[in-house]
Design a protein around this ligand. Structure first.
Ligand code: GLN
Length: 294
């Protein structure tokens, strides 16, 4: 049996250094993995300064108002709220994105999809790209930001998510090339829409996997962005069935997949007459992106 965690001693003066040290210990005692980093991110957010500046401000004693705000945010983190929802932002690829509980928090895994999309778009003068289930818009906005003549259509079924995506397109100066539409997959597209590339990070988690997700994800991130139906493949099937009419000849599809889904997802697209390729791997060497071609 392990002893009950002893709370860290309360320092005589709440300097920035003392706040960080105490909070890092507290987070660690609550089983939060990146305890020190998260304490820094949250304090920097409350003090509205870059994280690196905390070092220079170590001996500063924040006003009681800031300390109260910090205490509240620390409590919410310990209650399970993900850091990105508490600060309202998350870095992804080369940019910082606004996030809210209406959208999935951008994951590093998904940067593999952006990288692959940019590789495929290289040299194309003004490609039309469709992003299905855009959420925060992190994929669409990153592509538009890197490929200066690409035109993006970003679709989400959630009006709240679409608002976040629009905000991110404006924030990064690509709103003129990113059209955000609200609706179910292909439904909101204007008649006659045609794309060179379709990208998507659809919901792909099975009910069993959902129950096993960390409580931070399971209890706070939108279920609609995760739940891929009974076998996790529902959205791949719908995309493969319905994309024919909007894909240009020679058009490509890139979808993010769960680490164990490569064979199953390739079978879905192969079954609809597309040609698929071995999955692109993510930073952790897990299969992460499946490409299908007309
Ligand atoms: N990679 C996400 C997770 O496991 C799932 C994202 C998705 O369903 N598209 O939390």
């Amino acid at each position: 049996m392990s002893a009950a965690p002893v709370p860290a001693p309360v320092p005589p003066v709440w300097t920035v250094r003392a706040l960080l040290a105490w909070t890092a210990d507290y987070f660690q005692s609550k089983g939060i993995e990146s305890a020190r980093l998260e304490a820094q991110i949250l304090l920097a957010h409350v003090l509205n300064c870059p994280r690196i500046e905390l070092v220079a401000r170590s001996d500063e004693i924040p006003e009681p108002g800031f300390r109260k705000a910090f205490r509240e945010i620390v409590t919410r983190r310990v209650d399970g709220w993900p850091v990105a929802y508490l600060t309202g932002e998350r870095e992804f690829y080369l940019l910082k994105f606004d996030v809210s509980p209406a959208v999935l928090i951008p994951r590093p895994d998904t940067e593999t999809l952006v990288q692959e999309a940019l590789t495929r778009l290289k040299g194309k003068p003004s490609p039309d790209v469709l992003d299905l289930g855009t959420g925060s818009g992190c994929i669409a906005v990153s592509i538009a930001h890197q490929h200066k003549t690409s035109r993006l259509t970003a679709v989400d079924v959630s009006p709240d998510a679409a608002e976040v995506a629009k905000r991110n397109a404006a924030k990064h100066g690509v709103a003129d090339r990113v059209t955000v539409l609200v609706g179910d997959l292909f439904a909101p597209l204007p008649p006659g829409s045609l794309f060179d590339l379709i990208v998507s990070n659809p919901p792909y988690v099975t009910p069993t996997e959902f129950d096993a997700l960390s409580p931070d994800v399971r209890d706070h991130e939108p279920r609609g962005a995760l739940d891929g139906g009974p076998d996790g493949l529902a959205f791949y099937r719908r995309i493969a069935s319905d994309m024919g009419p909007v894909l240009k000849p020679g058009g490509l599809v890139l979808v993010e997949i769960g680490a164990t889904q490569e064979e199953a997802v390739r079978a879905v697209f192969d079954g609809k007459g597309f040609t698929t390729f071995p999955a692109v791997r993510d930073y952790g060497r897990r299969p992460r992106v499946v490409m299908a071609m007309r």
